[in-house]
Design a protein around this ligand. Structure first.
Ligand SMILES: [Zn+2]
Length: 490
């Protein structure tokens, strides 16, 4: 048995000005991983591709690994990057195999295609019409019909923060191996509801997604091969953004359809609970001043780099500096130019520089606005660290050359590559102990809860500035299908 196993992951924020060239998929190298280095990178990690490799090894399969690329969320994927990765996967299949297992995101938009995943799967289907194709997807998949039409099994994460990537790989891969062994005959039921659940209300730790994901897990205990409710990714102005579901059964199309509709009906019934209500920033800072104990998380959710934010807007950090809050750690401002200035000054030096605000945001009609900050250079590092988990456990990370700028009240992490603060390893690499801080400013929305949630005594959501704005009225939706809730009253 010969299996082609690959990864090509990107969540595209069509409002983001951050470019997405091939190098963004390459974790600090010029091109994404290929061949044996993929096995090396993902062995014993909590990733879907790691699960695919484990499944294939256990089955004694010959494994072909044409590409593994995973880029931090940003604007549409450049055509050259997409064709480089898709071409390698197609070439590997063209040489012959018994099945394909791919670790995709599900919300990839390219310069040419609204549905990067559906396009890849359609090309695979044209090349090898009978080939079993198993796909692991993120919960933020925007499900296009082409994905359902051209895959054999789709399975998505059932947790947000995403701490079940490995398990999702097993749920997507095992039915394919069982199909090859003649044990099952997977059939899929897919569906949508016209709603854009708000990211700030999507966590599977809270209602209503907690109950929906639990029900999907129950369906798998009741016999579904894989049951998934996708919350969707709303910062993508494409026709099929929003909520969807897929249920895979062993040959029981009617049962699959009933289960799929049940998950979708649960979400639709609770649609008002998926709406986020915004608090003015001044009110949030006033509450922060009064907060007892710590650490108190101050969440800069409009500029979340794991949703395509520029990670350099200064509105929330500026408000924290103006408010005079003390014993704060801020993660992070992504500003390569500032890192260069800090490195030139050297550890221990005092510097004054224009921090952040280097990126304009044309989709919001905003220019980048740096803020002058003075402080001592506490630490300069190369930025490599390994995730401690539970999210993407064991994966090698690289925030690029990075430094800590200490204003006396606020320790500001300044980094070179977009990195969401969901793992304590990012803080340890910078010599910051988040447990000892009164306040943690995080550019995140939900994923921080994976590694830092247990530390937090309180969380205060701070409405700042950015292309992950939690205020949908700031976004000019033109292409998403209408009507859709809550943009339209349904
Ligand atoms: Zn996601």
């Amino acid at each position: 048995m010969k299996l082609v196993i690959a990864q090509m992951k990107h969540e595209t924020n069509t409002f983001s000005p951050v470019p997405t060239p091939l190098a963004r998929f390459a974790r600090g190298k010029s091109t994404p991983l290929e061949g044996a280095e993929i096995r090396e990178a993902f062995r014993n990690t909590g990733s879907a591709i790691g699960a695919f490799i484990d499944l294939a090894e256990r089955a004694g399969a010959e494994i072909v690994l044409p590409v593994a690329g995973n880029a931090a969320p940003s604007g549409p994927v450049e055509t050259g990057a997409y064709e480089w990765m898709a071409g390698r996967i197609l070439d590997a299949v063209r040489r012959g195999c018994d099945a394909v297992l791919v670790d995709l995101h599900g919300a990839m938009v390219t310069e040419r295609h609204d549905d990067g995943e559906g396009e890849l799967l359609a090309r695979l289907r044209r090349l090898a019409p009978q080939l079993p194709v198993g796909v692991a997807l993120d919960m933020h998949t925007n499900l296009f019909p082409a994905m359902c039409d051209n895959a054999t099994v789709l399975a998505g994460y059932q947790t947000y923060p995403h701490v079940d990537m490995y398990e999702t790989g097993l749920r997507a891969g095992k039915p394919i191996l069982d199909l090859l062994a003649g044990k099952v005959r997977p059939v899929m039921a897919c569906g949508h509801r016209p709603m854009l659940p708000h990211v700030m209300r999507q966590s599977s730790l809270d209602a209503p997604n907690l109950q929906i994901q639990r029900r999907a897990q129950e369906m798998e205990k009741e016999g579904a091969l894989a049951a998934t409710f996708f919350v969707g990714f709303p910062h993508a102005d494409i026709p099929w953004a929003g909520a969807s579901a897929v249920v895979v059964t062993d040959g029981d199309a009617a049962k699959g359809r009933a289960w799929c509709d049940e998950l979708l009906d649960m979400a639709w019934h609770e649609r008002e609970k998926f709406v986020y209500h915004i608090e003015p920033l001044e009110t949030s800072l006033a509450r922060a001043r009064q907060a007892a104990g710590g650490p108190v998380v101050l969440l800069d959710h409009y500029d979340n780099c794991a949703s395509g934010g520029t990670m350099d807007t200064m509105t929330v950090l500026g408000a924290i500096l103006d408010a005079g809050l003390e014993n704060v750690a801020a993660f992070a401002i992504c500003d390569p130019q500032a890192v260069r200035q800090i490195k030139e000054a050297g550890a221990g030096a005092r510097v004054t520089l224009d921090l952040g605000g280097k990126s304009d945001m044309p989709s919001l009609g905003l220019k980048g606005r740096p803020r002058q900050v003075s402080g001592a250079v506490r630490r300069i590092i190369d930025g490599a660290y390994r995730n401690e988990g539970p999210m993407a456990r064991g994966e090698q990370m690289d925030m690029g050359p990075s430094a800590v700028l200490d204003t006396g009240k606020v320790e500001i992490a300044v980094i070179t590559r977009h990195t969401e603060p969901y793992d304590i390893g990012a803080f340890r690499a910078l010599g910051i102990d988040p447990a000892r801080k009164k306040y943690l400013m995080l550019k995140s929305r939900v994923h921080w809860r994976a590694g830092l949630g247990p530390l937090a005594k309180a969380v205060i959501e701070c409405a700042g500035t950015g292309v992950c704005t939690s205020d949908y009225s700031q976004l000019d939706f033109r292409r998403v299908r209408r009507p859709i809730y809550p943009l339209d009253p349904l």
